[in-house]
Design a protein around this ligand. Sequence first.
Ligand code: GAP
Length: 514
Amino acid sequence: MIAKEELLKKIVGHAKEYGFVFPSSEIYDGLSATYDYGPYGAELKNSLKAYWWEAMVKMHENIVGLDAAIFMHPTTWKASGHVDAFNDPLIDNKDSKRRYRADVLIEEHQEKYRQKIAKELAKGRKRFGDSFDESQFLATNPNVIRNREKVEQIDARYKAAMDANDLAAVKELIIDLGIADPETGSKNWTDVRQFNLMFQTELGSVAGDASTIYLRPETAQGIFVNYLNVQKSARMKLPFGIAQIGKAFRNEIIARQFIFRMREFEQMEMQYFVKPGTELDHYAAWKEARMAWHKALGLGEGSYRFHDHVKLAHYANAACDIEFDFPMGFKELEGIHSRTDFDLAAHERYSGKKLQYYDPEAGESYVPYVVETSIGLDRLFLAVLSAAYQEEHLEDGSSRTVLRLPHALAPVKVAVLPLLKKDGLPEMARKVIDMLKYDHNCQYDEKDSIGKRYRRQDAIGTPYCITIDHESLEDQSVTLRERDSMKQERVGIDALSSIVADKVSMKTLLKQLP
Ligand code: GAP
């Protein structure tokens, strides 16, 4: 087992060495919090997008896609509240000169109490065995109660401070909790200030307020302003969804932890338009559906948890995160928000255009409510990579680094390896690739020993290696090696397509969804 602190470093190194993720513009020493995806990274990203898109759009008759522009009319961001309220409270440490998000410092402090609760639970489970009653334990254990009260008190103080826009109270909370700079231990803090996260640029050649536009900080607004275009052109009836994958930009105060928090990143968002009053039922259903979608990847049942929001964003009447157990601990992977009619009603006000839906069953028009699911593609990439990365010691005394990626997501599905570079083996390997390449990403490799070639494929997560040897020429059979078990079996060439397709196709993954 690799220690968690070490895991992130190893993943960053592995991702660079094997062509998954490179620091952006590295020859100029990189640009902070910006990354480029290499050959295998681009493939993995495309597979993740396909898994999301197909689960949303292909699997739901009432969800359709959209690809809106990154630049939008600047009034969009006034209406959405981002110009006035898309801020992070930041605080500087006077000694270390390091900058932090005040809310993140507070959340990390709360996480210590949550971990204490988790430890108590583990102790209880061990002590009581099969007769352990988790809900009773949580309700009665004094240590659990004490720690939970601490978390709740902090939540309440933070919420009250933010609701009143009282940044002095946020600083006071940090001081009272004794929160120190995580890097240096210093408690010498500046005041808390708000910082707007949107990037601005100028449209055309004229500078000035009138031509200031923003790089979108979320893809959702492109969906809202197009909602009637989509509803009418695709003849959608409520409830229906619009799904979109695209870049978003945020001038994050702290952007560390590799691709977890970037300034340019990709979101996969779906806005589900529903009849007012039904939104909380749809919200609950999407919470479950999204969790099932994550778990179908097989990264570990215990790797996910819900975190219900106490401080709701300005547009939400219910919200939660799906958190994943990243190498840095449990952190937000996806947000699910019941956004009410906040956005559509605001766009009506600011644009002067009606954005109402005529409900033929109710015989009335209204502005729909919206339930949103919003996942960061780069975070999903990191979740998958960190769960897949393993260093294994093998029975023969050797070791290997293997990416146990879900088969359907692997950048290369099949590597075809002629045992020797002669005797017609390379030609036969090419024929096998020609047979498989229309359905799967294949790679040809004839360099080095077969053992070294297997290790290279393990390191990029290739589920299957096919070895062509002299016997293959005689009986049209090959050795098929599976990545995780390393088991090898002899199979006929004509059976390859169906064996491989069964395991690596997106259909197999999608069929696991409820
Ligand atoms: N439209 C709603 C929205 O944007 P959000 O919780 O701010 O909600 C949604 O963002 C998701 O986008 C997050 O759960 C996260 O996965 C991803 N995300 C947000 N900021 C990010 C960043 N700076 N770098 C990478 N991913 C980010």
